[in-house]
Ligand binder design. Structure first.
Ligand SMILES: *Cc1c(COP(=O)(O)O)cnc(C)c1O
Length: 493
């Protein structure tokens, strides 16, 4: 069979091994690395269903990391998925509430699903650096809508041979998310707020990645850039594992996944799991009021020309979903580069024959867009809590409310798993507001967390204590067009 390699979505002649793709983060032409084919699972579902999470992750990762030895994959997996990094022995679990399964992906060090990938990415990167005889230090540049930043900081803090700079929208994250980031320890960590939103941060970071002159200066000083955002294929591959894992805990004929979506990384991992052989009925892409993806799945037109809305599910406040480019490549092939150019210049593109090609082989058919407003999200938190005492975070609630709309519309009773992407403790104010309604009284992060603890009975995770008691170590804020200068200040003096 043809060897699995990686190539850019915009030019298939720009190839890379798995380790090179992980080190670079993004292809030299600004495209994203995609695997040349999606490997089929080698182990049967019966075998996989007997395995622990790290064992399933190993079986998935080794098929994609084709220039890693089995020992290297095993070492990375075991260094990431253990009880130092996760507060559950089983790493992730399915909770049944209201007839639906919630896949709790928030038991890592920063209590958001980003830990599932960012606990392993630093290990994959160190192995890749060795494999490629990299002499330079790796500088991780990360734009965050709230959760990636902290998870990347925790993952890379004090990892030898690396430094990390995180940019977050100063007024676009929850106060607890900000506190988690600005209290980050580690001599190699840098956290910078920007006067702008996530799209501004992501756009500037991508620009810096493809700035050859700046890269040359950094290289002279002994540094190369890489990315911990889901544009890095090393972020995406580990996420495939939990969809395989979830399926093998249920072993139904078919299963639907509902994913609260922002940058389209998490749901793309579900799509790759499906292509590996997991019997997926539908992939429901849930958006909040920034419903650019819902509109895209309805019409085939991607149009970011609209107001950016700050919602209570900030990690989904995104108008340019980077990873959609990887799906577009499957739909539009060689035209992808042109479409992305159009997105950069006009903020819009159209995938031709998006609906017309309605055949079983059209990957777009697997997907269904749904969305939930802030009101619908809050109502979902309230009634799931009332019905069964289970507390959802706002992102998971957007997915859960979207699924409810889908059910009302289709009466499709396929067993369904909702990706539960954050602990409610990360968004205590929004969650309490939803449950208490008019009776809600504001308070400090600490007070709100204690109130939520009383109400939910769920133990307060260690990550919460760490953030509440940490000292503020980072306080730089800049405009988006000064991000490059800030990086230069840190590394070029
Ligand atoms: C990042 C994030 C999302 C969105 O995931 P994407 O992979 O960017 O689509 C949803 N919920 C939470 C809590 C997140 O942190």
């Amino acid at each position: 069979m043809q060897e699995l390699i990686y190539h850019s979505t915009r030019d298939t002649s720009l190839t890379a091994t798995a380790s090179e793709a992980i080190l670079r983060g993004i292809a030299p032409d600004g495209g994203l690395y995609v695997p040349s084919r999606i490997p089929a699972l080698k182990k049967s579902f019966d075998e996989l269903s007997m395995m622990s999470y790290p064992e399933v992750a190993y079986e998935v990762l080794r098929l994609f990391l084709t220039d890693f030895t089995d020992d290297e994959v095993r070492t990375a997996v075991n260094s990431a998925y253990n009880s130092d990094n996760f507060d559950r022995e089983d790493i992730t679990c399915l909770m049944k509430a209201n007839g639906t399964y919630y896949l709790e992906l928030f038991h890592g060090r920063t209590i958001a699903f980003k830990d599932m990938a960012l606990s392993i990415l630093p290990h994959l990167m160190s192995i890749s650096a060795k494999k490629n005889n990299l002499k330079e230090k790796i500088v991780i540049l990360t734009a965050t809508s709230g959760d990636t930043g902290k998870a990347a900081l925790e993952g890379f803090a004090n990892v030898p041979g690396t430094g990390i700079v995180v940019f977050y929208p100063k007024d676009g994250v929850s106060s607890f998310q900000e506190r988690q980031m600005v209290t980050q320890e580690g001599d190699n960590t840098h956290v910078i707020g920007i006067h702008g939103n996530f799209d501004d941060a992501q756009r500037e970071v991508k620009k810096i990645f493809t700035d050859d002159a700046f890269a040359a200066k950094m290289k002279e000083a002994g540094y190369v850039f890489s990315s911990a955002n889901s544009i890095n294929i090393g972020r995406l591959i580990p996420q495939i594992a939990y969809y395989v894992y979830a399926y093998t805990r249920l072993m139904e004929d078919e299963i639907t996944f509902v994913v609260p979506t922002g940058n389209f990384g998490n749901i793309l991992a579900a799509y790759y799991a499906c292509r590996m052989g997991v019997p997926v009925s539908k992939l429901i892409c849930a958006s909040n009021d920034n419903k650019v993806l819902f509109d895209f799945f309805e019409t085939g037109v991607y149009d970011r020309n609209r107001d950016f809305i700050l919602t209570s599910s900030p990690s989904m406040d995104i108008l340019i979903s980077s990873n959609l480019e990887r799906l577009i490549f499957e739909l539009a092939g060689d035209e992808t580069g042109e479409l992305m150019k159009s997105l950069a210049s006009t903020g819009r593109y159209e995938v031709k024959n998006f609906k017309a090609g309605d055949t079983d082989t059209n990957p777009a058919n697997l997907f269904r867009g749904e969305f939930a407003t802030g009101e619908e999200m809050a109502e979902e938190i309230r009634h799931v809590y009332k019905d069964c005492g289970y507390v959802l975070d706002p992102h998971t609630a957007v997915a859960s409310a979207s699924y409810r709309k889908y059910l009302a519309d289709t009466r499709d009773l396929t067993p369904t798993v909702i990706a539960s992407t954050a602990s409610p403790y990360k968004f205590s104010a929004s969650v309490l507001k939803a449950i208490e309604g008019d009776a809600f009284k504001p308070g400090t992060d600490k007070e709100l967390i204690e109130r939520l603890n009383k109400l939910s009975g769920v133990e307060i995770p260690a990550a919460v204590e760490r953030a509440l008691n940490g000292t503020v170590r980072h306080n730089t804020v800049c405009d988006p067009d000064k991000m490059k200068d800030e990086i230069a200040k840190i590394f070029l003096g």
